[in-house]
Ligand binder design. Sequence first.
Ligand SMILES: Nc1ncnc2c1ncn2[C@@H]1O[C@H](COP(=O)(O)OP(=O)(O)OP(=O)(O)O)[C@@H](O)[C@H]1O
Ligand SMILES: [Mg+2]
Length: 131
Amino acid sequence: MSMHQSNPYDFIAPVKDPKHFAGRNEELKEIEYYIDEARGPKPIFFNLALIGGRGSGKTSLLNMIGHIASEKGLLAVKLSLNNEVVESDVLFFKDVFDTILTKGIERGMFGGPTDKIQRALRKVNLNQSLH
Ligand SMILES: Nc1ncnc2c1ncn2[C@@H]1O[C@H](COP(=O)(O)OP(=O)(O)OP(=O)(O)O)[C@@H](O)[C@H]1O
Ligand SMILES: [Mg+2]
């Protein structure tokens, strides 16, 4: 009997499913420590940078950090930065709030008024592009 199993690794797409993520135990343990620091009775927040060569697994590790944070009850969001966004505080914070709201709504975290906030955020985007 032959059982066909497709290869989940395609060299291009970062690993999303924890089942397919291998190793990095030390890094994950260290990052978990910092996540827990942010959840304690006196939360301390850290900025962490994942630095590595091309294709070394940065995005895959980031995805696992997102999973761990979500499992611990945090709302993990991913914001992709580009020159336009980092050069404008308005665009940057608009993206931050928009991303948090969108993901939060998906998780059923907020009530009705978020619609209004999201519409207001879209206006910010529009006004920015008109300038
Ligand atoms: N921990 C891991 N377990 C299994 N496969 C992995 C792991 N980390 C990375 N890979 C494999 O390596 C490939 C490259 O990983 P990834 O895209 O996360 O690297 P990257 O550092 O973000 O790359 P880039 O520099 O192009 O952004 C993935 O497609 C995946 O197949
Ligand atoms: Mg990457």
